[in-house]
Write a protein that binds this ligand. Structure first.
Ligand SMILES: C[S@@+](CC[C@H](N)C(=O)[O-])C[C@H]1O[C@@H](n2cnc3c(N)ncnc32)[C@H](O)[C@@H]1O
Length: 404
């Protein structure tokens, strides 16, 4: 990798300042500032319809889309996750194209740009029969999460959704997914983690420690209540209009087969940071509900502890982004800092070095600027395994690159 001379990186300094990274092709300014608010849930309510591991705040795409694109532009995200980028693009009258190797991503993202009314959801829920008998002995054992009557309703909904896929059904689907596990009465499960699916064995331990037996939770009223919250910002008609122009794909980021060459104005995205998050196991209940085999996800997702494998992966993804971007198109790629072999690695510096390295993307991109948003995790994030300065990342480092 090309050696980079670092002028200064005083982490967690809350004051705005700029340092620079020296590369063989010149100096790249790196700005440290609070570019967007650290406050929670300030944006369109649809953004908060689902939790997703590793998702970024909608303020991040909002910042880059507003600064660097105009209405009607095409905004791509090869690592779409819950669809934060493309929903924000739609809200700002841009056209989104979202990809993720996990088919769950499209299930979560599509309904946000094709939302329906609360009345449509209410009427549809009345029509769906969730009371059919189910032979639970033939089903996955989920008794540590759900009361058996709740579980029957979930299974009936799951069955219904296999063959009913209009926009109302799909909105019901993302809403039900958001209710599968969590700690309050609004969730279908007994007390569990809302942010990610925990293993059955961990849930059994929680039940034992808290002396819990899953209680019956009727699911239709919980879906309706959550749908009302998700839709409270309104603007459904405008979103649906632009949402119809959005596109969703399920490919590897290194081979975006359904993305046309030179079609995208700007990419705003965030790849997996080595193996910081386990996207396979942390979504297992969601994948199960959607009938997505774990094997499909295991083979597709790249989450590696090996920095060289990661740099090859990101580099190949950048080459593919080079193909799909228009001339002078931009990439804003968010990465963090990770603990690697006993030290903290700032992945923005690794990204810059990739664009300077002959083996990689030399002559494909020019790094224009780096933005570092400092953010302290909340107490809640800390209880869910993300600790400052340890495993997780507590700054957002966005490398802005221009296609050459
Ligand atoms: C950091 S998350 C993106 C979260 C997204 N920005 C959001 O706000 O929801 C990274 C995503 O990369 C996806 N992913 C992992 N390996 C991939 C690959 N080879 N190709 C495409 N997507 C991949 C994961 O499934 C995960 O959803």
């Amino acid at each position: 990798m090309t050696a980079l001379a670092l002028v200064k990186d005083t982490q967690y300094n809350q004051e705005a300042y700029t340092d620079s990274i020296e590369t063989p092709f010149g100096s790249v300014p790196r700005h440290f500032d609070e570019f967007w608010t650290a406050k929670q849930r300030q944006m369109n309510s649809l953004h908060y319809s689902n939790s997703y591991r590793g998702c970024y705040k909608p303020e991040l795409p909002e910042y880059f889309i507003s600064r660097f694109t105009k209405e009607g532009d095409v905004i791509g995200d090869p690592f779409g996750g819950r669809g934060t980028t493309v929903l924000q693009a739609a809200l700002m009258n841009r056209i989104g194209i979202s990809n993720d190797v996990n088919p769950l991503s499209e299930i979560l993202a599509y309904p946000k740009v094709n939302p329906v009314t609360v009345k449509e959801i209410e009427d549809r829920l009345k029509e769906i029969d969730l009371s059919k008998e189910v032979d639970l002995s033939k089903e996955e054992d989920m008794s540590m999460f759900y009361h058996k009557e709740t579980y029957k309703e979930i299974l009936n909904l799951r069955e219904y959704l296999k063959t009913h896929r209009d926009d109302v059904d799909r909105f019901i689907e993302i809403t039900a997914i958001s209710r599968l596990h969590g700690h309050s009465n609004g969730f279908f499960s007994t007390y569990s983690f809302p942010q990610f699916s925990i293993p059955k064995s961990s849930q059994i331990k929680i039940n034992r420690t808290r002396n819990l037996e899953p209680e019956y939770k009727e699911i239709k009223s919980r879906i309706l209540k959550k749908a009302k919250t998700s839709l409270k910002s309104g603007g459904i008609e405008a979103l649906r209009k632009i949402g119809k122009l959005h596109k969703f794909t399920t490919c590897d980021s290194r081979n975006l087969v359904d993305w046309e060459s030179e079609s995208v104005d700007m990419v705003v995205t965030s790849p997996p940071f080595l193996n910081q998050v386990d996207y396979v196991t942390d979504n297992w209940i969601e994948n199960w509900f959607c009938g997505i085999p774990q094997s499909t996800v295991e083979t597709g997702i790249v989450q590696t502890p090996d920095l060289h494998v990661w740099t090859d992966f990101i580099s190949d993804t950048l080459s593919e982004l080079h193909r799909v971007l228009k001339k002078n198109g931009l990439v804003a790629m968010e990465v963090g800092e990770v603990k690697y072999q006993g030290t903290i690695l700032n992945l923005d510096e690794i990204l810059v070095s990739l664009t300077c390295n002959k083996k990689y993307n030399l002559n494909q991109f020019r790094v224009k600027e780096i933005f570092v948003q400092s953010q302290q995790f909340t107490k809640l994030a800390n209880c869910f395994r993300v600790k400052n300065n340890e495993l997780g990342t507590n700054t957002h480092r966005i490398v802005l690159m221009e296609k050459l």
